[in-house]
Ligand binder design. Structure first.
Ligand SMILES: [Zn+2]
Length: 181
């Protein structure tokens, strides 16, 4: 191996190392109202079909800020364009208005279904307002859906590892999960 190819190998290894770096991020509840609670986890409505994500609601629609859940500064990429809805639509393939935070090695974290307001748009922030609690996309009532995926596969460890179950608090000061990013 000559000097030039050795340097290339070192650069490639460093690049591969960076690309595979993943970290555990703390996620707090998305709604700053003490009545916010977890109403779906691995199964819809706690005992229905497979869901593998957290749905957190406060029982009301189009009110209170739907907040970024990750503690610390993260880039929230916005996908909007859905009209206000409290009980579902087909907008954005059922995701409604949503945000994605992209991590390493294919991991991402999403928050779905909110109603956009003046706070909505791509941005880097720490638990800032993303929109209002809503039901845009495939939702049977106003809530915040959050999932931690690798590619498009949802994983459950991020909330099961910290003991979040149906009925847990979804208040914005309480930790609900530790997603991989
Ligand atoms: Zn959901």
């Amino acid at each position: 191996m000559n000097r030039k190819s050795l340097m290339f190998a070192v650069v490639a290894l460093v690049a591969a190392g960076w690309a595979s770096t993943v970290t555990a991020a703390t996620a707090n509840g998305p709604i700053c109202e003490t009545s916010a609670w977890v109403n779906s986890t691995t199964y819809y409505n706690c005992n229905g079909g497979s869901h593998t994500a957290l749905d957190i609601g406060n029982g009301t629609c189009n009110e209170w800020n739907h907040r970024g859940m990750l503690v610390g500064n993260y880039y929230y990429s916005y996908a909007g364009g859905c009209a206000a809805a409290c009980n579902g639509s087909t907008c954005n393939g059922g995701a409604g208005n949503y945000y994605t935070v992209t991590g390493g090695s294919g991991w991402n974290f999403r928050q779905l279904h909110f109603i956009n307001n003046v706070s909505s748009g791509s941005k880097t922030c720490d638990r800032c307002a993303l929109g209002l609690v809503g039901g845009t996309g495939s939702a049977t009532g106003p809530h915040s859906h959050s999932d931690n995926r690798n590619g498009t596969t949802r994983h459950s460890a991020w909330y099961t590892n910290v003991g979040t179950t149906c009925g847990s608090s979804g208040y914005c000061n309480n930790r609900v999960g530790v997603p991989t990013l």
